[in-house]
Design a protein around this ligand. Structure first.
Ligand code: NDP
Length: 608
């Protein structure tokens, strides 16, 4: 950007220098690069294994273990698994078993019950099957309990509840060729034989802890946001944390979870210390109650139309959209900055970078306008391109720092140095604490077995992890199926798209799974799986995005989006599909409409 056009903010009069900002981004990134990358975090094991315990279901289940055959076993009772169940029900599949280690439906919403939990993707598009279940959310951004109740509603409407197996961690799933069935065992002693296996375990499931020494030695109470300890804090998701009165509470982390927790805890804690490594970008959320007049205008098919409208905007196909129906922080971000797409010209990239700098300037200005103490405001400002970290949206987070009991402990990119008996150390300062709340996210790049507690063994006796290790990366067709793993369907996994509306892609995957199961049954087949050639072609297609992803990731501050900054070009195959999700979905629709099973090997039924 050597020409005179490298100024951003001219429209708003800010006239900020782009080169200086980009240099600041680079320096901030350097500060945060960790020699161990994604391996820096520590697992919740050993003395800290209790952190994974389920605070919502302390007793083991009283039901007897189940031993039986079923049509489809679905692992995961979150929205992904529920959508698969619902679409399979619509396709006429009868015997469906949903299995989950949790004691109820909801997935992420079962576990994440911290006070203030809510979804910052619009509820009218995020909460699936609204028309099918006859429900309309109470708010544009629904609170956690309402979302969890909706998961149960879906199970009831689609009759998925009676056969659900809860508090049952899957231990093994193995394809047995002689029976053409998946043999599945659980921690509760259940043994299932299923013709089809659908794995929807969620991308952010197992809590990770800060990779900092001394956590075991801290004498106060420690818990992770996804295992909230209401016995200690008092109250529930709606507030009432009176147990924190007079206490010195520490929150580690400032991601999408922490920004929802901070204002809620600030209402009750004696003193709240927020340990920040990297500031998040915090846009306006603008929650509001559902307008009954608007609700009365909704015509059949409105939810799919609204989901598609949002998706076209966020995947860079805004030219297909005349009116932004959702019109929120996400769509405005995408409209103003856009996503980085393959085949952009240099000039388009330059314009996009300027738009990004401008948008981040606006977000930084929002902090100055909200936070009264200039030093705190300065420390809360994020310096990186907007898509480097997950953007957040909240209307009370920044304002919480105007309270006298809330203290930002900015670690200048270094994080907490050490935990000791009394509290946390940053630099040379000890912060004595009574309670430590870990908002440090979830394991993303550890092995499948570690994250989900089971392995999937295919026809050859090799597990899915072993296969992907041997092939030096994830190998699937469309992120949905894998060669040598007949009748296995993957949901929410790499090589399929992900979007800010996670349930959109789950719904599309679920429809495709229902199509494939129906086709298999209608043709009297025993099994189907991708051919090696079709799978290789999809992997090849994934690898074609390597240049685009690598450059973007290399310039970004570390996060779970870019393997904490340790960027490897070939790892693009282990990521979500970087192309346009709308095009991917259109491809699935074409296959469904034409009834095509191209790329699949069809196995005759060898057992009745
Ligand atoms: P994240 O992984 O996004 O954030 C973890 C936080 O912990 C980061 O701020 C990280 O800092 C910080 N951290 C890690 N180690 C240390 C350390 N040693 N010292 C200090 N800080 C540390 O986890 P979240 O649970 O916040 O969010 C995970 C995902 O869950 C989101 O990206 C989103 O997809 C989803 N989510 C969605 C919500 C919704 O409304 N739809 C709400 C909440 C979560 P650093 O940034 O420097 O790495």
């Amino acid at each position: 950007m050597a020409d005179g056009s490298n100024r951003v903010g001219e429209d708003s009069g800010a006239a900020t220098n782009a080169s200086a900002l980009l240099e600041r981004y680079r320096l901030e990134r350097e500060k945060r690069l960790h020699s161990e990358g994604a391996a820096q975090f520590r697992a919740a094991d050993g003395e800290l294994a209790y952190i994974l315990d389920d605070p919502h279901a302390p007793e083991p289940p009283s039901r007897a273990p189940v031993r039986e055959a079923c049509d489809v076993a679905i692992i995961g009772a979150g929205f992904g698994g529920l959508l698969a169940g619902a679409r399979l029900r619509q396709a006429g599949v009868e015997k469906i078993r949903i299995i989950d280690r949790a004691a109820g439906f909801g997935g992420a919403w079962y576990w994440n019950r911290y006070p203030g939990a809510s979804c910052d993707t619009e509820a009218y598009i995020y909460m699936p099957l609204l028309e099918e279940t006859g429900y309309l959310p109470s708010m544009k951004y629904a609170p956690g309990p309402e979302i969890r109740a909706h998961a149960k509603r879906i199970a009831e409407v689609f009759d998925l509840e009676r056969d659900a197996l809860f508090q049952a961690g899957v231990e093994r799933a193995e394809w047995v060729e002689t029976t053409q069935r998946w043999h599945i065992t659980t921690s509760h002693g259940d043994e299932l034989m299923a013709q089809f296996l659908c794995v929807s375990t969620g991308p952010l499931t197992r809590p990770q802890l800060p990779g900092v020494s001394g956590l075991e030695t801290f004498k106060g109470r420690v818990f992770h946001t996804s295992r909230w300890d209401y016995a200690y804090t008092g109250g529930d998701e709606n507030g009432g944390q009176t147990g924190l009165a007079g206490k010195r509470v520490g929150i580690v982390g400032t991601g999408a979870t922490a920004i929802q927790v901070v204002p809620s805890v600030a209402d009750y804690a004696g003193d709240l210390f927020v340990f920040q490594r990297t500031p998040p970008s915090v846009g306006v959320r603008g929650n509001q109650s559902t307008d009954p007049d608007w609700a009365a205008t909704l015509k059949p098919g409105w939810q799919q139309e609204r989901m598609d409208n949002f998706n076209n905007i966020v995947c860079g196909a805004a030219s297909r959209v005349e009116l932004d129906l959702v019109n929120d922080g996400w769509t405005v971000l995408f409209a103003d900055v856009g996503a980085e797409l393959a085949n952009m010209t240099d000039e388009e990239k330059r314009q996009r970078q300027l738009a990004d700098l401008q948008k981040m300037e606006e977000l930084r200005a929002r902090i100055d306008a909200t936070v009264k103490d200039p030093q705190t405001a300065g420390a809360l400002k994020p310096y990186y391109n907007v898509w480097c970290k997950r953007p957040t949206f909240h209307d009370a987070y920044l304002d919480a720092y105007n309270r006298s009991n809330v203290h930002l402990v900015d670690t200048d990119g270094r994080g907490v140095a050490e935990f000791v008996e009394e509290g946390a150390i940053v630099g040379d300062t000890l912060y004595p604490l009574d309670c430590l709340i870990l908002a440090t996210g979830f394991e993303v790049r550890t092995s499948f077995e570690q994250r989900f507690g089971f392995s999937i063994t295919g026809r050859s006796g090799e597990t899915l992890s072993q296969k992907w290790q041997r092939e030096r990366g994830v190998s699937t067709l469309h992120g949905l199926m894998s060669h040598d793993f007949p009748n296995l369907f993957l949901m929410g996994m790499p090589q399929a798209p992900n979007t800010p509306n996670f349930t959109h892609m789950s719904n599309e995957a679920a429809k495709h799974i229902a199509f494939l199961v129906s086709a298999c049954r209608a043709r009297g087949l025993g099994a189907l799986e991708p051919s090696k050639d079709a799978e290789d072609a999809w992997v090849h297609h994934m690898l074609s995005f390597a240049g685009l992803k690598t450059k973007f990731d290399q310039e970004c501050t570390p996060s779970y989006y870019n393997a904490e900054g340790q960027v490897d070009p070939s790892s693009v195959r282990n990521e979500y599909y970087p192309g346009r999700s709308a095009d991917f979905i259109a491809m699935l629709h074409e296959l469904q409409e034409s009834g095509s099973l191209d790329g699949l090997i069809l196995h005759a039924a060898s057992v009745s």
